[in-house]
Design a protein around this ligand. Structure first.
Ligand code: AMP
Length: 280
């Protein structure tokens, strides 16, 4: 497995391997089985697989979240090697941002809801770093997780608006046996918070079932969020039913249409997100 810290070295390797197809998995490291599922999917569909590890400062709107974001580079490299990844790109901040970026990306309605509403500037940072990585890696296909559904839709928009010649693949959420969506941030949960965190996934399932039974989504979401908030360790930021294309809130779901139930909640100090996609 090749390990590159410099863009020039990565691009030299990329050019030396044309015309082989490259599948690309961008990450912020602290890898888990969810990330590895993306690497495996990339491997199964491309000649070569590249994974990037970069904790991108421009997408953090909370200094502590950036400071305490888990970093486990040695273990990450072992996992990628075992998964058969061909190349890892691990730039430092100076390599990615020689100077503070001045341009701003806007994604309209897509960035005004959910994560965009609660994390100002977050998707500008995501859009910038993914654009840079697409230029550097020049992948044929890029793999993202449905866990970050809004991020996937933002990147889809980015690829359309800027004509990146990249196909995007959205991969299913990988969960712990108790249902908790795998996340690098789970490493930051205390023992007690880790035991309680699967309640988010259970809440999504309860809300989904009630909506499928014909109850009004707004009422269901408000009640389910209130039940979670009864536990002082939890603070729900949002629980909403949205359409899976534009993330517009859905008040009257229609039969056969596809929707996503999305949640963001603090469990003690750690902010977690999750979602379920289902058809009425
Ligand atoms: P991150 O390192 O958190 O930026 O995530 C890198 C990629 O892995 C993103 O496309 C995420 O959506 C994806 N990912 C994170 N957690 C999971 C999971 N539990 N299952 C599947 N994909 C995931």
């Amino acid at each position: 497995m090749e390990i590159f810290q410099k863009t020039a070295e990565l691009m030299h390797w990329r050019n030396a391997h044309r015309p082989q197809s490259v599948g690309f998995v961008p990450t912020m490291g602290a890898l888990h089985a969810g990330h590895i599922s993306l690497v495996e999917r990339a491997k199964s569909e491309n000649h070569l697989t590249v994974c990037s590890i970069f904790v991108n400062p421009t997408q953090f709107n909370n200094a502590d979240d950036l400071k305490y974001y888990p970093r486990t580079p040695e273990q990450d490299l072992e996992m990628l090697q075992a998964a058969g990844c061909d190349a890892v790109f691990m730039p430092d901040e100076v390599e990615m941002y020689a100077a503070p970026p001045q341009m701003r990306l806007h994604f309209g309605n897509l960035e005004q809801v959910m994560e965009g509403a609660h994390r100002p500037g977050h998707f500008n940072g995501v859009g910038l770093v993914v654009s840079k990585l697409f230029h550097m890696v020049q992948p044929d296909v890029a793999y993202f997780g449905q866990k970050d559904l809004q991020q996937f839709l933002i990147i889809k928009r980015l690829v359309t608006d800027l004509s990146f010649p990249v196909r995007l693949v959205c991969c299913p959420v990988v969960r712990e046996p108790d249902g908790l969506a795998m996340s690098s941030r789970n490493m930051r949960l205390s023992k007690q918070a880790r035991e309680q965190a699967p309640a988010l996934y259970r809440a999504l399932n309860v809300a989904k079932q009630r909506i499928l039974n014909g109850e009004k989504p707004d009422l269901v979401c408000a009640e389910v969020a209130a039940q979670l908030n009864e536990n002082p360790s939890f603070h729900v930021e949002y629980l909403v039913l949205v359409d899976t294309e534009n993330l517009r809130q859905v008040h009257h779901p229609q039969a056969c249409e596809e929707y996503a139930l999305c949640i963001a909640a603090f469990v003690e100090q750690v902010r977690l997100i999750d979602n379920l996609i289902f058809r009425m």
